[in-house]
Ligand binder design. Structure first.
Ligand code: TRP
Length: 331
């Protein structure tokens, strides 16, 4: 059994790509490992959200993850800003995080390029906060995508540096969690290979989308003028439709349209209608729970309080030891 930590970005609605990517695996993992999942609201402050938005974003993400199957009894599901021990460890780690290595971080360099008017110290030290998030629970596994690999490597660097500095084998090395099941990659509806990757409206289907919106988005998905030769190669946008269908439709439905493409009898309109209905069927129970949970503030409070307590339990144990190791002492 591993100790797993994952931070969830606190903005953006969940889409089908998120579901078939990370979330489905989180749901499975929470029963097999000791999991800490948290909503990274401190991290979101680097972009200065309005106070009235901050809480709404956290709530929406919490609601959608619960609706998608995160179990607050099995996992420790908490809000980052509820656990002050994380910020203490962040401060301590900052003393041994060097300007040069932070400036070399790819995600930082990208921010410098994209938003030169808001290069704050929080952005520069983003990997330090992320390291604190992870090692505060002495995690060994972090389920993140390729884009977070460098941050994870920095977490190992900071953990190692602490161990070496104090000559203690204290923090374990956190590594990427490799899912045993193959990830299903959901493409975008605009011909892009990954849902949510492009900013195009209509690229993604959100778990909270109502049936009307789903039908509209799927019917507008990019297609070509249809196959003209038997068994011909499929262009990306057509491959995408089939990938989507594979994820949400029955295998027989999939083979029917697969066959129809190969013998050139396919009607994209029919295929899209089918995909839309199957997505609606798939989304329905999740969407229902989203509506239900978002109007149940007492349940949300219970979940947040429980997560906070469990997370502080673990974090305060680490911090107590860290303070001792560093040399803080009571008079
Ligand atoms: N940086 C991560 C992202 O952008 C979010 C995150 C913050 C995180 N702290 C973390 C992920 C700790 C894993 C572990 O998606």
């Amino acid at each position: 059994m591993e100790t797993v930590v994952s931070g969830i970005r606190s903005t953006g609605n969940l889409h089908l790509g998120n579901y078939f990517g990370a979330i489905k695996n989180f749901v499975k993992m929470q029963y097999e490992h000791k999991c800490y999942f948290f909503i990274a609201d401190y991290h979101s402050l680097t972009t200065h959200p309005a106070p009235e938005d901050l809480h709404n974003h956290v709530k929406q993400v919490l609601v959608e993850y619960l609706a998608a199957g995160l179990d607050p009894e099995a996992a420790t599901l908490y809000i980052q800003s509820d656990v002050p021990q994380v910020t203490e460890l962040y401060l301590l780690l900052n003393m041994n995080a060097y300007k040069g290595e932070l400036e070399r971080c790819t995600s930082f360099k990208e921010k410098v390029r994209k938003q030169p008017d808001n290069i704050n110290a929080g952005l520069l030290t983003y990997p330090v906060l992320m390291a604190a998030d992870i090692i505060i629970h002495k995690a060994t596994k972090v389920p993140v995508g390729k884009d977070q690999e460098q941050h994870l490597e920095m977490a190992r660097t900071f953990a190692n540096r602490f161990n070496r500095m104090y000559k203690k084998d204290f923090f374990p090395q956190p590594y990427a969690f490799n899912f045993s099941e193959e990830l299903i990659k959901i493409p975008g509806l605009d011909g892009s290979t990954k849902m949510g990757k492009s900013e195009n409206e209509g690229n993604a289907i959100f778990l909270a989308d109502d049936p009307k919106v789903i039908r509209k988005k799927v019917m507008r998905a990019l297609t070509d003028s249809g196959p003209t030769r038997k068994n011909q190669q499929r262009p990306q946008e057509i491959k995408n439709l089939f990938l989507l269908m594979k994820a949400v439709s029955e295998p027989e439905t999939y083979s029917f349209f697969d066959q129809a493409y190969n013998d050139c009898s396919i009607r994209y309109g029919d295929m899209k209608k089918q995909i839309a209905e199957d997505i609606i069927k798939f989304n329905a129970p999740i969407r229902e729970r989203i509506l239900e949970i978002s109007s149940d503030d007492s349940y949300l409070k219970k979940v947040a309080d429980m997560g906070k307590e469990k997370a502080i339990d673990s974090a305060s144990k680490t911090i107590k030891e860290v303070r001792q190791i560093i040399g803080f002492k009571r008079f």
